[in-house]
Design a protein around this ligand. Structure first.
Ligand code: FE2
Ligand code: ZN
Length: 337
């Protein structure tokens, strides 16, 4: 099990990645930075932990997202909103002005004319005064809205024309094993929903694959070098399914930093993009111990989808490339920046 992997193995793994990056057969950081590899495909941007009450940092990251798209001259075919969409009160529910200020104007349709696929985070489940998850499901029903959250868990394919990725969007807000889902004003899935979702996830993964890639996303990371750490329930319930079905990427937020973790023998690359605007956290595990990448930094991420390869990039609040890797249909990973 990856969580039982010794520190020595992590270190060895980190060295293996450094060696890989130095081989020279891989595209260089520079190639990616200057628009080489990975640009001939469909682009989407993702951002986690963004709807903070003090939206100074959110604003900087959102501007960087806009600048990145405009500067590189591509069209974004989707946004992935990785949860903790609303911190603090949302008293007006679906009509609250925060929707305009912190969603519609931060990530404007003029730049991101595409669906914004959203998943619920723990802060979305806080009752302030009513469940913000209910408001998010409602907002998705407004005519013409880009906000896409048809249910708490759902799947879709990307891009819309000639799909290459099956995306499974999950609700990672797990009740305790004792079945407790109501912690005062902080709610989670109910135990029966948790079981229903798990059965659905298994069924989705068992369906005949129609795309070369499959990506799973949930707000809570399964493995994280940040303060929330590794998630016992998700390691038990979800990680074996990702392994069995050779899921290419698991996308998460929740820890307010940016990460990319690889585990020896695990086919899935674990991507964390939690730098969308909420106050940053100190990392608990350095990237030299477990990586290849974990950084306390604001930012967002890009996924470029082409038939032969996925490219994931982490960008900072100025749109500068801080990490990039590629993933092939066979699961092989290339660290390129
Ligand atoms: Fe968060
Ligand atoms: Zn969270």
């Amino acid at each position: 099990m990856p969580n039982e992997m010794s520190r020595r193995r992590f270190l060895r793994q980190s060295f293996a990645f450094s060696a890989l990056a130095g081989l020279g057969s891989l595209p260089s950081f520079g190639d990616l930075k200057h628009g080489g590899l990975g640009d001939g495909g469909s682009h989407l941007l993702m951002v986690g932990d963004w709807g903070y009450e003090n939206f100074e940092a959110q604003s900087r990251v959102a501007k960087a997202m806009q600048g990145y798209v405009k500067g590189r001259g591509f069209t974004t075919e989707a946004l992935f909103m990785l949860g903790d969409n609303w911190y603090g009160p949302l008293p007006g529910g679906v009509k609250d002005k925060r929707w305009q200020v912190q969603f519609e104007e931060m990530y404007p349709k003029s730049v991101f004319d595409c669906p914004a696929y959203a998943i619920p985070g723990n802060h979305d489940y806080q009752r302030m005064p009513e469940s913000k998850v209910a408001a998010e499901l409602e907002y998705a029903k407004l005519p013409g809205t880009r906000w896409t959250m048809p249910s708490l868990w759902y799947s879709f394919t990307f891009p819309a024309k000639k799909p290459l990725v099956t995306v499974i969007a999950l609700d990672s807000n797990m009740p305790s094993d004792a079945g407790k889902w109501d912690r005062g004003t902080n709610f989670t899935l109910r135990p029966e929903q948790k079981a229903e979702q798990l059965a659905w996830l298994k069924a989705e993964l068992e369906k005949p694959r129609t795309t070369p890639f499959v990506v799973v996303m949930g707000h809570h990371p399964i493995f994280s070098n940040g303060p929330h750490g590794d998630h016992k329930i998700l390691i038990r319930d979800w990680a074996p399914l990702l392994r069995e079905h050779k899921v290419h990427l698991y996308l998460a937020g929740h820890d307010h930093d940016m990460q990319h973790l690889e585990f020896e023998g695990h086919p899935t690359s674990f991507v964390l993009s939690g730098g969308g605007g909420a106050g940053l956290y100190n990392l608990k595990i350095a990237q030299a111990q477990r990586g290849p990448m974990a950084e306390k930094v604001y930012g967002f991420s890009e996924l470029v989808v082409a038939p032969e390869m996925l490219t994931v990039r982490h960008l900072d609040e100025q749109g500068r490339l801080i990490h990039a890797f590629t993933k092939k249909p066979d699961g092989s990973v290339g660290i390129v920046g």
